[in-house]
Design a protein around this ligand. Sequence first.
Ligand code: ATP
Ligand code: MG
Ligand code: MG
Length: 402
Amino acid sequence: GATIGVLGGGQLGRMMALAGSNLGYRFIALDPTPAAPCGQVAEQIVAAYSDKEAAKLLAERSDVITYEFENVDAEVAALLEEQSYVPQGSRLLYTTQHRLREKKAVEAAGVRVAPYAEIGSEDELRAAIARLGLPSVLKTATGGYDGKGQWVIRSEEEIALAYKELSKAGTELILEQFISFEKELSVIAARSPRGEIKTFPVAENIHVDNILHASIIPARVAESIQRDAERLAARIAESMGAVGLLAVEMFLTKDGELFVNELAPRPHNSGHYTMEACNTSQFEQHVRAICNLPLGDPSLRTPVVMVNILGEHIDKVVQAMTTDQWHRDLSNSEDQDGQEQPDEQLASGSQPGFAVIPKVHLYGKSGSVPKRKMGHINLLCEEVSDGLDWIKKTKIWRNQHS
Ligand code: ATP
Ligand code: MG
Ligand code: MG
């Protein structure tokens, strides 16, 4: 089979390689960390992302090249496009690397974003705040993730400090009106070079400290909103001529309006639920799309709640997983005669109470740095409230309410 080269060797590359291997593809990742998550399940070139010789080697070894993060060096992206086949192209990267260009692309697709302004000086920031009001969110145009590189300005007094702090990054800044949203939603669209588009079911996302904590599917919103959200994502993918996956993060207001927050041209954390809960996972879909295969069916098989395992959770998760603690804790109250209930029975609803099947995914990262994404669990359930209760009852995700 063909070899797919992946720029980046993190968990997204790893899960892509695991899914793509089943379709007969080989994978080779470029990542500076030895035995990166992807390198553990595929071949790896250990080198900096900006290393041109390494990029050339990746191009030589690969029939198709993709990436698992959007901050790919522009020169490297151009070099790879020249030396190999990059079906996603460098334009999609160029657009989504910069919040201003990204917002313009969303607007060009006829989709709404929060009112915003480009900020070049503190005076411009003051003028923009006069127009957009407080609170407003000041963001670096490039490089931000997990809420890094942004500042919610709530009072006039914060303006100077916020400007000073974010200017340090040396990138352009952008100010966005604060949307007091009811829910955060996301949709992952897939588009292939032949122009086929499919969207995954909309996820309802719960963030804690700006990091995704849980995704709930089906999202607890009206079906008409689910349809709107999916249509909007497809429209953006179509308008941008995207290839591969395009994740669309959005805000839903209490008036039922949707605003796009940001895009990601790759598999997305809020799409991890698809691994067991959909007929095709986002990772398989990405491989299908970049290889111009017919896209798979993204339909949902079962309600699901995805919960992230961060550095501060991993030890307890491993402990519970290896001792089957969950099974005992969570089935005890319903289990009158003390006998173990097979998962099938719990899931089929033939037993009262808990009906949750936890599917654990660990990324093979060593060391448990707080806030670092170490894995996730897909909680397959009869109803999403069962999955949310499960999270509470484990007591691993303390103080994190969904
Ligand atoms: P990611 O890790 O998803 O890439 P990021 O650092 O790129 O995150 P954003 O997605 O832009 O940052 O913002 C992080 C979170 O901050 C959002 O999920 C949302 O909760 C909040 N937020 C961002 N912009 C706004 C806004 N204009 N109004 C209200 N809340 C916002
Ligand atoms: Mg982002
Ligand atoms: Mg985001």
